[in-house]
Design a protein around this ligand. Sequence first.
Ligand code: SF4
Ligand code: SF4
Length: 199
Amino acid sequence: MTPEIFKGLSITFRSMFRKKNTVQYPEERKPTSPRFHGRHLLNRYDDGLERCIGCELCAYACPADAIYVQGADNTPDERYSVGERYAAIYQINYNRCIFCGLCIEACPTRALTMTNEYELSEPTRADLVYDKQRLLAPVPAGAKAPPHVDAVDGQPSIARYGPQASLSQESVEPVWALLREAESREADRDLPADEAVPR
Ligand code: SF4
Ligand code: SF4
């Protein structure tokens, strides 16, 4: 018995001289790794236009059903994004999000990225549903907040974005098709063999 006590105490004694890993949070904050998955950010172009084209691929890819997107059409006099559509409503529910990053992988325009910010506590569950205004990046210095107009001095200013300007829900249809196929395969796997849809 006695040797076991000394053996146990020797571990305690050795640990007293090891480097401490305890951090005095919140006074002291350890930097996260550069690729840490924290709070999301909806990015803008340098002129202030939103990168999000309201295609909903992020919502479709989310395994926790934490994203809600409702798209709307841009018009020549009221343009929010570079594509044909923009996100009229964009919400991320942080009560549900598991910070897996699948949504940012699915985004075709790099509109959605994740920051290193991890302090996401709120007083109520409703406050943890972040809307578009809370998720959008600030308007860059010197730029104008949307809506913009398409033509400036008679020139189609939107043309400078090239093919990006024609990104629409139709242009991401091949990705949608792949996701639908994967989802239907998953659904079949859950069914008993005699009920699965034949292919
Ligand atoms: S990080 Fe994962 S769980 Fe959170 S919104 Fe994106 S896809 Fe959904
Ligand atoms: S996938 Fe990207 S562009 Fe499409 S709705 Fe989500 S954030 Fe917007």
